[in-house]
Ligand binder design. Structure first.
Ligand SMILES: C[S@@+](CC[C@H](N)C(=O)[O-])C[C@H]1O[C@@H](n2cnc3c(N)ncnc32)[C@H](O)[C@@H]1O
Length: 466
C-alpha cells in the first residue's frame, strides 16, 4: 500500500514543489506589476489547478485547488468555491461587517462573531431549482449518431447576468443523489420526448426542475415546472424516474410561467406519482417537508442555528415563545420542549400543514400553529387576548423583512429576548433599527455559512430588552 502510494505521489508534482513553482515569478503565468497597479491576472492558465482570485477586499492571491468544479468560472454561482475554507469564512465575516458599517452608525459597536462554518463544504445543498434548456446535437457526425437524436438537454443555472443556461453537470455543492437524478433526467427528458421551453420561440413545456433531498433519509422530491398543465405527458417520465431511483418519494407538476418570481407564496403542485413526504432529522427531531413548503437549503447549518437559538434563549419551561414566519416548524419544535408554550405563524398553508404534522410526529403538544400573514394574525391574537406577553420572539422573515407594523405588535408583547434570522440584509437592518428605537439592545450578530463556495450566508442577530 505504501509502495502504491509512493508510486502515485511520485507521478505527480508534490504539493511543496508546486508551491515552489508558484512562488517563482519566472515560471508562473501570473504577473503583477505593482508600479502600474495591475491586478493579479491569469492570462491562459496552463496549470489548471492554480486559479487567480481577487477577493471583495481587493486582495488577490493565487490558490492551489483541487478543481472542486470544472465550470466554476463559466457558471459563476460559486465564485469562492476554491478559496481555502478559512478565507471563505473570513470573507463573509468581513463582508457583513462592512455592510453593517454602511447601514447605520447604530450598529457600529455591535459585536460581529466569526462566520460559523458549514460541516459540509461540498454536497451540502438539499434544495435546488434548475433551469432546463435544449440545443441541437453537436454537428460532429459520429457524435450525433451516438446521441441518436439532434436534441441535447442542459440542466443547470443561468450564467450570471445572462439568459444563457450553463449545464452544471455533477454540481459539487449538490448532494450525490440530486446529481444522479439530474444526470438521468438529461436523457430521460429526451427519451420521453418532453418539449423544453425556448425563450426565443416562447414555446415548449418544461422550463425548470426542482429537486429537494433529505440529508438524513436521502429521500427526494422532484417537481417539474411547466408552462401549462400536462399530467398525461409527464406521467411516463415521472413513473420511469421513480422506478429507477428508490429514493424518490414523489414527483410533482407545477404550472408557472417561465421567469416567474419564486416569491409567490404557496405554489400549486399536482402530484404525478408517489407521496408528498420527505423526512429530515434535526438532532432527535423528525421534520417532514412537502414539495411546496419552505425547506432550508442546508439542513446541517439550519440545525446548528436552531441549536444556537435554543442555547441562547435559556428556556426554563415557564416561557411563552413566539415564532414568526415559522415555515415547517423547525425552530418552534426545537424550542417547544423547553418552553411552556410556543405560538407560531406562517402564511403558507403547506408549511402550516407540515408543521402540524411535525408536531404530531414528535409528540409535541404545546405549540399552536396559525396560518396567515403575520401582519394580520398577530394583531388578532393580541386583540383576542390569546397572546398578551411573550418572553422570547424569533423572527425569520422572507425577503421583505417584517416591517414597522409587525414590530409595533411585537413591542406590545414585551419580549425579553429577540432573535432575528435572515439572509436579506437591507430589510433586516431596517427592522433592527426599529427594534433598537423600541428599547432593545443588539447583543451580537452571528453569520452562518449556509452556502459555502458562494457569496451568500445567513445572519442571526440576538437582541435583549434594555
Ligand atoms: C425564511 S422562511 C422561514 C423558515 C423557518 N423559520 C425555518 O426555519 O424553516 C420564511 C417563511 O415566511 C413565510 N412568509 C412569507 N411572508 C409571510 C407573511 N407575510 N406572513 C407570514 N409568513 C410569511 C414563508 O411561507 C416562509 O415559510
Amino acid at each position: 500500500m505504501n509502495d502504491n502510494y509512493k508510486q502515485r505521489s511520485s507521478s505527480r508534482p508534490s504539493r511543496s514543489s508546486q508551491s515552489d513553482n508558484r512562488s517563482s515569478p519566472q515560471s508562473s503565468k501570473y504577473r503583477r506589476d505593482e508600479q502600474k497597479n495591475i491586478e493579479w491576472k491569469a492570462k491562459k492558465p496552463s496549470a489548471p489547478n492554480i486559479r487567480m482570485m481577487t477577493s471583495r477586499l481587493g486582495v488577490s492571491e493565487r490558490v492551489m485547488h483541487e478543481q472542486p468544479c470544472r465550470i466554476l468560472e463559466k457558471c459563476g454561482s460559486c465564485p469562492i468555491l476554491d478559496f481555502p475554507y478559512k478565507n471563505q469564512l473570513l470573507q463573509k465575516t468581513t463582508d457583513f461587517k462592512s455592510r453593517l458599517q454602511k447601514a447605520s452608525a447604530i450598529f457600529s459597536n455591535t459585536i460581529v462573531k466569526d462566520c460559523v462554518e458549514s460541516e459540509l463544504r461540498l454536497a451540502y445543498r438539499h434544495n435546488v431549482k434548475m433551469v432546463v434548456s435544449e440545443h441541437a446535437g453537436l454537428k460532429n457526425a459520429k457524435f450525433s449518431q451516438i446521441a441518436n437524436e439532434k436534441r441535447w438537454i442542459d440542466l443547470g443555472m443561468y450564467r450570471q447576468s445572462s439568459n444563457e443556461v450553463v449545464d452544471t453537470g455533477r454540481c459539487p455543492i449538490q448532494t450525490n443523489i440530486m446529481n444522479d437524478i439530474s444526470a438521468w433526467l438529461r436523457t430521460g427528458i429526451r427519451v420521453h420526448n418532453i418539449s423544453v421551453y425556448t425563450p426565443q420561440q416562447k414555446d415548449g413545456l418544461l422550463h425548470c426542475i426542482i429537486l429537494r433531498s433529505s440529508h438524513y433519509t436521502r429521500q427526494v422530491l422532484v417537481t417539474f415546472v411547466v408552462t401549462k398543465p400536462a399530467l398525461q405527458i409527464l406521467r411516463p417520465l415521472a413513473r420511469d424516474i421513480s422506478e429507477k431511483f428508490m429514493n424518490i418519494q414523489g414527483v410533482f407538476m407545477q404550472v408557472a410561467p417561465p421567469n416567474h418570481s419564486d416569491d409567490k407564496q404557496d405554489p400549486e403542485l399536482k402530484m404525478i406519482v408517489g407521496q408528498d413526504l420527505l423526512e429530515e432529522k434535526y438532532n432527535d427531531l423528525f421534520l417532514n417537508f412537502s414539495a411546496a413548503s419552505y425547506m432550508p437549503v442546508n439542513s446541517l447549518v439550519a440545525n446548528r442555528i436552531y441549536n444556537r437559538i435554543e442555547e441562547l434563549a435559556e428556556l426554563t419551561g415557564k416561557e411563552t415563545v413566539l415564532d414568526l414566519y415559522c415555515g415547517a416548524g423547525g425552530i418552534s419544535l426545537t424550542l417547544a420542549r423547553s418552553a411552556k408554550e410556543v405560538l407560531s405563524i406562517d402564511s403558507s398553508v403547506h408549511c402550516i400543514k407540515d408543521a402540524i404534522r411535525n408536531a404530531k410526529r414528535n409528540e409535541i403538544s404545546n405549540v399552536g400553529f396559525y396560518e396567515g400573514k403575520v401582519e394580520e394574525i398577530l394583531p388578532q391574537l393580541i386583540n383576542e387576548k390569546r397572546l398578551q406577553k411573550a418572553d422570547v420572539v424569533v423572527v425569520n422573515p422572507a425577503r421583505q423583512g417584517c416591517g414597522p407594523d409587525v414590530i409595533e405588535q411585537i413591542r406590545k408583547l414585551e419580549p425579553k429576548a429577540l432573535f432575528y434570522l435572515s439572509s436579506f440584509f437591507d430589510p433586516m437592518f431596517n427592522d433592527l433599527k426599529c427594534f433598537v428605537d423600541d428599547g432593545y439592545s443588539l447583543v451580537f450578530f452571528e453569520p452562518y455559512d449556509t452556502l459555502p463556495g458562494t457569496n451568500n450566508y445567513e445572519v442571526l442577530c440576538y437582541l435583549v430588552k434594555k
